[in-house]
Design a protein around this ligand. Sequence first.
Ligand SMILES: C[S@@+](CC[C@H](N)C(=O)[O-])C[C@H]1O[C@@H](n2cnc3c(N)ncnc32)[C@H](O)[C@@H]1O
Ligand code: SF4
Length: 415
Amino acid sequence: MLTNILRLLMARSIKPFVFENNFKYKLDIDVENLGLYFHIPFCRKICSFCPYYKIKFDRDILEEFYKALIKELYLVSGLADKKKEITSVYFGGGTPALMVDYLPDLMDTIKSLFIIKGNAGIELHPLDINEALLRRIKSCGFDMISIGIQSFQDKCIAALGREKIDSVSKLKAAKRVGFKAIDVDLIFGIPGQTMEDLMKDFEIAASLGATQISTYPFIYFSYTKLKERPPGKKLKKRMLESLLNISKKMGYERNSVWTFSKKNTPKYSSVTRDNYVGFGPSAASLLKEIFKINTFSVKEYIKCLDDNKIPTALGLKFNERTRALYWLFWSSYNLDISQKNFYRLFGKKLEDVFKLELYWGEKLKYIKRYKNGYGLSDKGAYIFHLVEQSYTHQYIDKTWKTALKNPWPKRIALY
Ligand SMILES: C[S@@+](CC[C@H](N)C(=O)[O-])C[C@H]1O[C@@H](n2cnc3c(N)ncnc32)[C@H](O)[C@@H]1O
Ligand code: SF4
């Protein structure tokens, strides 16, 4: 409902966003600020709360998967006339550490095909972490890590259906090995979690040297199967307010609706780029006005690359307004709606495109004007927290469900 109303108000259209299979647009990677994202879709154990595409780890398929990934890298990098500059590299999943033996060669291939100018980040499951693994990862060139701790409290970890683990020692090892950014993922609103549990989690992560603490509201998807239902909107609202207070007290700055980081440390964020190319099954790419998603099936992904084809399953071409809206959405998530960035990307004044939205945003005190643009107020960030949850739930739930049933769906319409 919320997403429908928003689409009508902002996109000024009652048409749904339609992803189509017979996607004929040419991919152009000759764009500014290009990031690379690698989706490694394997996990030792599948967590029922997690919406990302993954299958149970199977060592036998790894070699074939690696070869397909390399082929996709060659096909995509070959779309540019010369070696492209890259502003960031991210490995997510799934559990990228499960292919640690392949990472040095994979990173070498990436460096041979692109000029990497920015940071390289990788998501880690706490179970995989030990000093030796962290050193191997660092020697491949990764200077940022994100650890999916979720909570330091045993009862919360059990409520999420995960096995007990000594996350404190894992974070200490990360600090000893040393990275430019150490992000700790926490979830708030886990069934049975109290305010005290959450505050303790934040304090522990901060005291152990996390440069960034990401706090995600628990999203209950249609396929999530937990013994208990999570708490409602009210407790989550109070939890988010308390996170704002404790983060300030502990010297962290809010740098997006759900992330807090130490001053002068690089931000760990795989989603907020002007343009990005995704590699691997289910990976999305955003190239100017083109948004496309790879097939969700590892087998189909490998088969498609065997035939030397880029494994796009679904694509969508934004019009100028919807592309600008996409930008507005992620700029709002980052709490910074910059006039300069907008002009650089669209060649138009922000106020000329979003006159009404900015007027009402200011009037309702959701945004505040500053010298070069607009920042979200705490009130505005709370509204965004509700909208982002609603979008994530509706869009991911529908797209993922359809694409999992059929690796090459004809079309998906999002209302
Ligand atoms: C790709 S996942 C995790 C990476 C790694 N495999 C792990 O499990 O630690 C990235 C993050 O999304 C968050 N997440 C996953 N499912 C969620 C859900 N249902 N609601 C809110 N956050 C969720 C978690 O904090 C998780 O660490
Ligand atoms: S939370 Fe991490 S380990 Fe669990 S299924 Fe998702 S990606 Fe895999």
